[in-house]
Design a protein around this ligand. Sequence first.
Ligand code: NAD
Ligand code: DAU
Length: 352
Amino acid sequence: MGKTILITGGAGFIGSHVVRLFVNKYPSYNIINLDKLTYAGNLANLKDIENKPNYKFIKADICDFPTILNIFKDNNIEGVLHLAAESHVDRSIKDPFTFASTNVLGTLSLLQAAKECWKDDFSGKMFYHISTDEVYGALQFDNTLFTENTKYDPHSPYSASKASSDHFVRAFHDTYSLPIIITNCSNNYGPYQFPEKLIPLFINNIRNKKPLPVYGKGENVRDWLYVEDHARAIDIVFHKGKVGETYNIGGFNEWSNIDLIKVIIKTVDKLLGNKEGESDNLITYVTDRAGHDLRYAIDATKLEKELGWRPSLQFEEGIEKTVKWYLDNQQWMDNVTSGEYEKYYENMYSNR
Ligand code: NAD
Ligand code: DAU
């Protein structure tokens, strides 16, 4: 029997790409996808691999410690890739409690279960926590980048909850010697992202000729990475990373929101056969996000130097591929925006 790896949040955006990569690349591993199936979890993201013999889905809440502990005991888990989280900044502003609960207490519950089950023999075990660059706060418009040594300075309830979870993960390493690794990644884009996030939301709105709500002046800067490049980095770090270390993951690819939005409009118009500039008038400046971080930018040199990872996809190629995927998969988008995706799995997994 091969290793059993628990991937949390595998029905979400990044998690589904990580599950797919691990299931396909490591047939000898048993991959367990544990997910609560919140609004962000969609098992349709994994249709192509759901019947593979090395894949199993468990519907559970990471905050439910007794259940999590039993899952660890029953399945002889040796590795954890922890992605389950509440991930949307705007939702965290409206409902910080859910973020504290899932991101902080949920992470703690997984750490505690891992510690209890592994404490007699930590060899071959790994608790890998997937985190965000937002824990570092905001940069000015200069040449500075977030490194692994940048002081934590979270501003939103989302980033505060992720920062707190990172601290708990390190505390379990320092206090109990739990073998851990943390990565902090920049903005991901690609297929299967929930259309509350900028890129899929705007692609869908352009297609439906709906307004594109640009927060503030659209000057905020983000570093964008194609999601499969992130999944590939996670694979490399999980197998080759050094216990106790943090690695930053990023695209070396900064865009102001407004410039990025113009690229999205141009690409969607081109692929839909619209006249160039046809959708420009959909841009609508709206009230800024509260506490909106000005700029994020990651220095991923450590990961490149120590483990040989670099993003493989050029942004122009990645964005065209992404727009094409959403336009070609309109049914996926319609099922998500109508809420149909939740009904589909209702009978299979009750108590959604
Ligand atoms: P997502 O919102 O698309 O998916 C989150 C998944 O977690 C969903 O399937 C959801 O059902 C599940 N989940 C939520 N609460 C749960 C709970 N209590 N118990 C079990 N499962 C639960 O998120 P994403 O964008 O794929 O992000 C995945 C991880 O990567 C998160 O930890 C996020 O902080 C981190 N991250 C995301 C980005 C990004 O750009 N999206 C960048 C860096 C880091
Ligand atoms: O940096 C990593 C983070 O990237 C992850 O940790 C988060 O989980 C992920 O959601 C993402 O956070 P952002 O807040 O940067 O992503 P979002 O897509 O929500 O917004 C991207 C930028 O676009 C941000 O500056 C806000 C702006 N925006 C967003 C939306 C949804 C708009 O101007 N209009 C919008 O409608």
